[in-house]
Structure formats: structure tokens, C-alpha cells
Ligand binder design. Sequence first.
Ligand code: NAP
Ligand code: ZN
Length: 350
Amino acid sequence: MLASTGYGATSSSAPLSKLDFKRREPRPDDVQIDILYCGVCHSDLHTVRNEWGNTVYPVVPGHEIVGRVTAIGKEVTRFKEGNLVGVGCLVDSCQHCSSCAEGLEQYCENGFVGTYNGEEMHSGGMTYGGYSTNIVVRDKFVLHIPENLEPAGAAPLLCAGITTYSPLRQWRVEPGQKVGIVGLGGLGHMGIKLAHAMGAHVVLFTTSPGKREDAKRLGANDVVVSKNSSEMEAHRNSFDFILNTVAAPHPLDPFIELLKRDGTMTLVGAPASPHPSPQVFNLIMKRRRLAGSLIGGIAETQEMLDFCGERGIVSDIEIIRIQDINAAYDRMLKSDVKYRFVIDMASLKQ
Ligand code: NAP
Ligand code: ZN
């Protein structure tokens, strides 16, 4: 077994603290990676505090991983030692169901293996994530990071980037369309950057008036404070697409009413308790659609990384030491993230 050290939690009420644990020895199709940086996703916090009710302890979170390859199994051809690589939310899937066959491993009919809090397919144990020194991952689930991207800023692309890129592509956002992004946190700020890069007219909906200038700098054409009903009213029936990234339950109707005929609002935010049920008539009368979306498949994640590489798009980050992770979680709960925390894993050795 391979020794690893990281930060994890031993119960839903325990703060994250230093843990030693073991990973599997690299198999012939595995890549072993020394982790340089790991982004901090709100899903890490939901999981650590067992807000989705499925956490197995101890849990070591982290699924926005950037690192360097230190060893490869003998069947690995796409990577070599020293490559800058990424690992996102998925580390394995069955590879033979209809979803896997379409490159949609996140919807694997037999259940994908999450980068943390997932059941390992080989050892039968649990997977441990990227708040740690190293990781061993099946080569098919390892991504190439464009070398021109700054590695720490690229880390959040592995979850926040693909989770916003995939629905923007799925619902065919095009130049000139009017696109709303709800919530300016980790996902939301990538949603603005990517929708802007796709040529859309982007409007941010926020509960934080102080984020207005930042949103414009990130690429929003307009900013609406969602609690202000007259500001909301001005945008009725006008959106082609809205991407909702909010991590807490909230009424959906005020946003659905902003969609034009045949418009879609896709939910990616995953609050622990449900949103109030929306009015069916708000959907019926204008053939509007309410949808959901889960991260993205491996091929689409590489497509997104290459898209960002060509345009020099990275996340706006605040680098933290691993010792400051619990304070970062507290700030995340106050919507005080500008706009993604990224852990410098060198701090683990201090
Ligand atoms: P985050 O950085 O904490 O951002 C969430 C943003 O939502 C906040 O910055 C805030 O923006 C807004 N918000 C928070 N509480 C709110 C409230 N009570 N009412 C209205 N707005 C509120 O979180 P994140 O990492 O972007 O993740 C967002 C959600 O997506 C989480 O639930 C996460 O688990 C989920 N997620 C889903 C997927 C997927 O595949 N579907 C993937 C990754 C993450 P403003 O200050 O601008 O209002
Ligand atoms: Zn995530």
C-alpha cells in the first residue's frame, strides 16, 4: 500500500485535521500523482458535514486536483513522469454501460466512483481525495492540464469549470444569447467566464451587492441583486438559459419567470434540503424547462481544459495553507469566497 498524508474529518461535527492513510499500490493502468494544488468545492463541505447523508468517515475531501505524474503503470501510454495532470470528481466507472459508452461516466448506470467518499472498485475500501500529498488514479480518468495555464488557477476547472461548461454546451449556449448565472461563488464565477467566452450576453444574479464590480470584471454584462424585485422585473421573459449554482434552498419561481418561451433553467447547486416547489403554470405557459446537470464526462472535461488553455482562462483564486481549511469553510458559508480557495499542498509538509 502507498502511504499518504492529508486533511480529513472523522465525524460530521469534527473539524478537518491531519490524517495518515493508505492508497492502493499503482496497478498496470494507474497513474501516481504528487498533488501540488487542490481547490475547495462547496461539495467538500456538504460531504464533510454529512449534509447529503451519505458520508463514510474518515473522509478526505478534494476533487479539484492538479499535480505532477511521479510513476505510471506498464499499460499507461498517455502520460509520463513529470506531466502536469488533473483529476476531477470521478476516478472510475464501469466502462461498459450505455452512459460510459457515450463518454458520460458521471451518469454511469452502475454508479461512478467519486474521487472521495466513493467505493474503490479494486480494493473494496473507500476513495480519499485531494487534500493530500499524492493520489493513484486509473489513467482513463486523468486529464492533461495545458502547460500555459497557471497550475493553481487551473485546479478549480476540474470541478467548478466542467460543472458549468457542460450545461452551457448541453443547452447550446451561443453568441448573442442572454444567459443568467445565479450565485457568484466558485461555480458561478466560472459560469460567468465560460458563458462570456462562448459569446453570450451574461447577467449575474447575486444576493451580495458588494460583488457587482467583480462580476463585471469577470465578464458579466449586467448584475441583478436577486432580492430586489424591481431589478428582477426588468428582465421578465428575456433569458434563453439560466444556470443556477446556489448552494442553499431558495424559491425558483422568481428565476423561472425570467426565462423566455422555451428557455431552460438548469440547477447545478445541490443544497442539503429541497427548494420550495416551483409553480407548474410558470413552466406550462411558456414551455419553459427546469433541468439538472452533474459535472461532466472525462472527454468533455478535457475539451473544457483545452478550451480554457486556448483562451488563457483560469479561476480567480485565493491560495490557502491546509492548516487554514476550517476557516475557509466558515467563510464559504458566509458567501465570502473570492472566488475559489485553492490549497497549496506544500503547506502540508510544514
Ligand atoms: P460557493 O462557492 O459557496 O458559492 C455558492 C454561492 O451561492 C454563494 O457564493 C452565494 O452567491 C450563493 N448563495 C449562497 N447561499 C445563498 C442563499 N441562501 N441564497 C441565495 N444565494 C446563496 O459554492 P460552489 O462551490 O460554487 O458550489 C455551489 C453548489 O453547487 C453547492 O451546492 C455544490 O455542492 C454544488 N455542486 C454541484 C455540482 C454538480 O455537478 N451539479 C458540482 C459541484 C458543486 P452570491 O453571494 O452571489 O449570492
Ligand atoms: Zn466540486
